[in-house]
Design a protein around this ligand. Structure first.
Ligand code: EPU
Length: 421
């Protein structure tokens, strides 16, 4: 078994460059299925979720050329296949975007139930509601989602989402881009990667407006052409390094970020006593004192992201006083790391949607398991901050979403390496 071995207690100093946003890339790559032409995409994170999606497209007949580790050319002109490889589909969550893309392009799709991180029940009823509003019949069983447009092609429709869902918003945008008429999504999610997907599709000739607000309008176009696009930096990767500096100690310039996307994370770290300085496309984080307690409630963007819950949680384990996190997106997410934190000496009590974390002077090393991507990242930070040696197991979760984590941390002075049993 491959795991991370971490020797804690080393300050983080230097510069780290943030990669392209995972959750934008995993939407943009399936969306390329709608384009008849070459999409040259830059700032693509080199992570396993992206590699799997590219493999899925290739097996469907797309031409995929890696121009460098972060630039890829995708040409889906020749794809005529509506059943992506179920084994690959089951390995990632974002494979549900293949349903929207295939429905949009071919009017039908048979896609295995998506896999990915399982920190909570993750229904797709809002995706289905959207496809149905666009005139599709959708059948779900334990293995597959089978969708078929009535009359062989989708039509524009109006969808009011019952919950603010990133995935459903993205999937409906993708499905609607080629559907004649005007589609309107109300109560849409506003995350930066939704804007990025819309910008990508508009660059290729789509007519999407309102992305980044809660009402998105999509005027169906006849076809999309190829073009060039560069993916935005990853908000959560940046937030993870920022939280790491605040928890472990040190002074790091986090480069290639959009500071506006980081507002809520920057504000929380400042409130906890870290020094956070924003520049045009970078942020410096410095630990200047022991962190103070804080209260966090996770919310859809622009609120505090659920994907940063565990990372800010590590900061709280070492802060003065008792901090509280209220999780409002995925109630069971605390269980992905709560036991592991405790094994490292943290004091954490979970009561329904709320966790109370009472700061200790120091954490100690332990052998812990990543149960999902972000919980895994939190455990790495905890290991870096702890006294002694930590082993983090199940690292395939972490490698789904963090490009070159070991290289980036090592360059900051962390003692972390990948080891085999
Ligand atoms: N929901 C429904 N029905 C649906 C869809 C969602 O009830 O059809 C509920 C969910 O159960 C949840 C809430 O709506 O309570 C929000 O879920 P959302 O659809 O926004 O989440 P997602 O699209 O499945 C994406 C990210 C997650 C991130 C969430 C929330 C991708 C591929 N995944 O998931 O990222 O936690 O948004 O911001 O974009 C990660 O990167 O580690 C990760 C898990």
């Amino acid at each position: 078994m491959t795991k991370y071995q971490i020797e804690g207690g080393h300050r983080l100093e230097g510069t780290v460059t943030i990669s392209g946003a995972k959750n934008a890339a995993v939407a943009i790559i399936p969306a390329a299925l709608l384009v008849k032409g070459v999409c040259k995409i830059e700032n693509v994170p080199d992570i396993s979720d992206v590699q799997i999606l590219l493999q899925i497209l290739e097996q469907m007949g797309a031409s995929v050329r890696h121009l460098s580790s972060n630039t890829v050319e995708i040409d889906c002109s020749q794809v005529d296949y509506v059943e992506p490889n179920p084994d690959l589909v089951r390995r990632i969550r974002a494979s549900y975007y293949l349903i929207g893309a295939l429905l949009g392009r071919f009017g039908r799709a048979k896609v295995a139930m998506p896999g990915g991180c399982n920190f909570a029940p993750r229904p797709i009823d809002q995706h289905v509601k959207g496809f149905e509003a666009l005139g599709a019949d959708v059948e779900e069983n334990s293995e597959y989602v089978i969708a078929q447009a009535q009359g062989d092609a989708l039509q524009a429709g109006r969808v009011n989402l019952d919950v603010v869902s990133v995935g459903a918003t993205i999937n409906i945008i993708i499905a609607a881009v080629l559907a004649p008429g005007q589609t309107i999504i109300e109560n849409a999610a506003k995350e930066p990667h939704i804007v990025d997907l819309a910008n990508f599709l508009n660059t290729m000739g789509a007519r999407i407006s309102g992305a980044g607000t809660d009402v998105i309008k999509i005027k169906g176009v006849k076809s999309l052409r190829g073009g060039f696009y560069s993916i935005i930096p990853d908000q959560i990767e940046a937030g993870t390094y920022m939280a790491a500096v605040a928890a472990v100690g040190g002074n790091v310039l986090v480069k290639n970020v959009i500071p506006k996307h980081m507002d809520c994370i920057s504000a929380k770290l400042r409130e906890m006593g870290a020094k956070v300085t924003e520049y045009d496309d970078s942020i410096r984080v410095e630990k200047v004192r022991r962190l103070r307690r804080a209260t966090v409630k996770t919310l859809p963007y622009p609120g505090f992201p659920t994907d940063m819950q565990g990372q800010i949680g590590v900061c709280m384990t070492l802060a003065e006083g008792t901090s509280r996190i209220t999780e409002s997106i995925y109630e069971t997410r605390f269980f992905a790391y709560c036991q592991e934190f405790r094994a490292m000496g943290a004091i954490m009590e979970v009561n329904g949607k709320t966790a109370a974390i009472t700061g200790v002077e120091s954490l100690h090393g332990a052998t812990v398991q990543a149960h999902d991507l972000r919980a895994g990242a939190a455990l790495v930070i905890a290991g870096l901050a702890a006294q002694g040696e930590t082993f983090v197991e199940n690292i395939h979760y972490i490698e789904r979403g963090y490009e070159n984590l070991i290289g980036k941390l090592t360059a900051l002075g962390a003692q972390i390496r990948r080891v085999e049993d």
